[in-house]
Design a protein around this ligand. Structure first.
Ligand code: SF4
Length: 284
C-alpha cells in the first residue's frame, strides 16, 4: 500500500510553539507546570501531557497555582483577556505567554478600535477562548456566530468594527460581513482569518487526485478537523476521521493508496503513528 501525506497537515505554527514550550518545561522538571485552559484541541495529546505532569487550570482554580512554589502557567495560543492576565499575575507564578502572534494582532486591533469609541463585533464561536479573550479588550462588544445572529443584533451601534476569529470559515465571515454592512452605518471590517485552515483544505483537495481513500487525523472537539473531514467526505469516496492509530478502520488496509490529512491541532507524533501503522499493515 502507498501512503501519501497531505503537503500541509497537522499543528499550525501557534499550537506547535505552545506545545514545544510545554514540552521543554516538562522536560526540565524543575517547576510545576500549569496551562490556563486546555493547551490543544486534541485529547490524545492532552492526556500525554497530563501524564507527564502538566495540570490544566481555569479561572476558578487559580488559587491552586498560588499555593505552588515555582509554578509556571502557560497561556495557550488562543490568548487571554486583560482581566484574566491580572488574575494570573496575582498568583505569583511565572507566566509563559504562548499567545499566537496572529491572535495578538486581533487583540491589538480590538483595543485600538475600542479606544476610538467603536463597538467591536466579534465573528466566530461565542465560547471560544480566542473570542472571549479578545472581548476583554473591548468596552462595547457583540459576539455573532452566523448571519442569523448578525440580523438580530442586541442593539445597532452607530459605528462598529467587525473582527473575525482566526479560524472562522471564509464563507461564513463573508455572509456576516454583508449582513452587517446593510445594518450598521459605519462599519469597518478586519478579516483576521489565518491561512492555516485554508492551507490544510487545499492540501486535502490535492490529495484527492492521488488517493483512493483518506484518513483525517484530529481531535473530535477540533472545529478545523471537523471542517476538514466534511470536505474529505465530499472529495473522496472513502474517508474517515480518527483521533489516533488505534481507530484506523480495518478496510483502510485494503486500499492501494491512502492519503493522510490532519487538522491544525494534531501533533506530528499522532500523524506519524497513523502513517507507520498503515505502512506496516498494523491494525491495533
Ligand atoms: S490557527 Fe493560525 S491564528 Fe490560530 S493558533 Fe494557529 S497559527 Fe495562530
Amino acid at each position: 500500500m502507498e501512503v501519501i501525506r497531505a503537503a500541509v497537515l497537522g499543528c499550525c505554527a501557534g499550537v506547535q510553539s505552545a506545545l514545544q514550550k510545554a514540552e521543554s518545561l516538562l522536560e526540565k522538571g524543575d517547576s510545576s507546570v500549569f496551562s490556563f485552559g486546555p493547551l490543544i484541541h486534541n485529547d490524545n495529546a492532552l492526556n500525554d501531557l497530563y501524564s507527564r505532569g502538566l495540570v490544566c487550570v481555569n479561572e476558578a482554580d487559580l488559587h491552586q497555582v498560588s499555593q505552588v512554589k515555582n509554578a509556571s502557567v502557560i497561556i495557550r495560543a488562543h490568548g487571554i483577556s486583560p482581566g484574566q492576565r491580572e488574575k494570573l499575575v496575582a498568583t505569583g507564578a511565572k507566566i509563559v505567554d504562548c499567545t499566537c502572534p496572529r491572535v495578538l494582532l486581533s487583540q491589538n486591533k480590538a483595543a485600538e478600535f475600542a479606544e476610538k469609541g467603536y463597538t467591536v463585533i466579534l465573528a466566530g464561536e461565542k465560547n471560544h477562548g480566542e473570542l472571549t479573550g479578545i472581548a476583554g479588550f473591548c468596552r462595547s462588544v457583540i459576539l455573532v456566530e452566523n448571519s442569523r445572529d448578525a440580523e438580530n443584533l442586541p442593539f445597532v451601534p452607530e459605528k462598529a468594527v467587525l473582527i473575525s476569529q482566526t479560524t472562522i470559515a471564509r464563507e461564513e465571515f463573508r455572509r456576516i460581513s454583508e449582513t452587517l454592512s446593510g445594518i450598521i452605518p459605519h462599519l469597518e471590517v478586519c478579516n483576521m482569518i489565518c491561512p492555516a485552515t485554508k492551507e490544510r483544505q487545499d492540501a486535502l483537495r490535492a490529495l484527492s487526485e492521488l488517493c483512493d481513500a483518506v484518513i483525517v487525523v484530529g481531535g473530535k472537539n477540533s472545529a478545523n478537523t471537523k471542517r476538514l473531514f466534511l470536505s474529505a467526505q465530499k472529495l473522496f469516496r472513502f474517508s474517515v476521521c480518527i483521533e489516533n492509530s488505534s481507530e484506523i478502520p480495518r478496510e483502510f488496509y485494503g486500499f492501494n493508496t491512502v492519503g493522510i490529512a490532519a487538522g491544525a491541532s494534531t501533533p506530528e507524533k499522532i500523524i506519524f503513528e497513523v502513517e507507520n501503522n498503515l505502512k506496516k499493515g498494523i491494525n491495533v
